[in-house]
Design a protein around this ligand. Structure first.
Ligand code: OOG
Ligand code: MG
Length: 258
């Protein structure tokens, strides 16, 4: 696809995120939009954020669990880019107005102490991890009705919008199969296990190293890597208090302003 068209799509998606205003799916006008073009659009749209002064802080993996794939009807693992503007301080109240139609996902976050790139083993991936934390991602598709196909969601930076990270833990514990609870206003809405993430959250990190390298970039020391949603993602609404608890590694919470 010609560069000017990729740039135009990137600007449309960046504008939709910036103004919290939904836009039609790219694949409605361009049914042939390839995955490679979609990742180019993603990069160009995140470049718009960087040009406004945002800083890259890591990457997110998406659609790494059955529950997530089934919820959105896309059966491929995807990745996206995270910036500091997406970071939400634990325990803070966030304004609903900055989102189009946000959803929340219980996740595991990795903090990297060494770079990771290309085809790596799970042991090598683990050796590059400084710490793991319970986390939540706020996803907010920029497409109307939260509907998209594979290339759409890739171009839209895998719906990346916000992330909240709890306390960091030593990664030497076995975190392959920890119980996960997502509560909204004290009611348990979703339960799951870290094993829902490709069988083991480390597999998501292995996949991240490969996919990010394929795009000519690296996971760096100090980066955050979000491993992907463990359960289906419920809708957020004003006034809610959201908490995710992961067995053995702690809890993380935030509120949505009334
Ligand atoms: C795509 C992003 C999915 C995850 O953790 O699976 C994702 C979406 O559902 O909008 O972030
Ligand atoms: Mg996610």
């Amino acid at each position: 696809m010609a560069m000017d068209k990729l740039e135009r799509y990137a600007e449309i998606l960046d504008g939709a995120a910036f103004h919290a205003c939904a836009t039609p799916q790219l694949m409605h006008t361009d049914p042939e939009l390839s995955v490679a073009d979609a990742y180019q659009i993603q990069k160009l749209s995140v470049d718009c954020r960087l040009a406004r002064g945002e800083r890259r802080i890591g990457v997110k993996m998406g659609l790494t669990s059955r529950a997530k794939m089934q919820q959105v009807g896309v059966e491929e693992v995807v990745w996206g880019r995270l910036t500091d503007a997406m970071l939400i301080e634990e325990g803070t109240a966030l304004s609903f107005a900055r989102f189009v139609h946000p959803r929340v996902e219980p996740e595991v976050a990795f903090l990297m102490k060494a770079p990771l790139s290309g085809k790596v083993t799970a042991a090598a991936a683990l050796a590059a991890v400084e710490a793991i934390a319970p986390a939540m991602e706020i996803i907010d598709s920029r497409y109307e009705n939260f509907k998209f196909a594979l290339s759409d969601v890739i171009a839209d930076n895998a719906s990346a919008s916000g992330l909240v990270i709890g306390s960091w833990n030593d990664p030497s514990m076995d975190f392959s199969n920890l119980g996960v609870i997502l509560e909204i206003d004290g009611q348990v809405l979703e339960v799951g296990s870290t094993a829902a993430i490709l069988g083991h959250p480390l597999r998501s990190l292995v996949a991240a190293a490969r996919l990010v390298a394929a795009a000519g970039e690296d996971i760096a020391a100090g980066d955050i890597v979000m491993a992907g949603g463990i359960t289906a993602a419920p809708n957020l609404a004003p006034g809610q208090t959201i908490r995710t608890t992961i067995q053995g590694i702690g809890a993380v919470m935030f509120q949505v302003e009334v």
